[in-house]
Design a protein. Structure first.
Length: 68
């Protein structure tokens, strides 16, 4: 399974730089970048903090995809 996200799209649509999300959530810019690019699966804590930051449900930002 893999976690896919629309973090980059949501962030860019709202005109929010990665550093603002990093400051608000306590995660590094490097971590945010890796998750946006799909290089790292986000932790449950990351998903909750980011969804809360955007005022969205976790399910609105992150989805689990099965490998086939």
């Amino acid at each position: 399974m893999a976690v896919v996200n629309n973090l980059k799209e949501t962030r860019k649509n709202r005109g929010i730089p990665q550093k603002d999300i990093a400051c608000a959530t306590g995660f590094s810019i490097k971590t945010i970048g890796r998750i946006e690019r799909g290089e790292q699966d986000p932790s449950a804590e990351f998903m909750l903090r980011v969804a809360t930051y955007f005022g969205l449900l976790v399910e609105d930002m992150f989805q689990v995809r099965e490998y086939h």
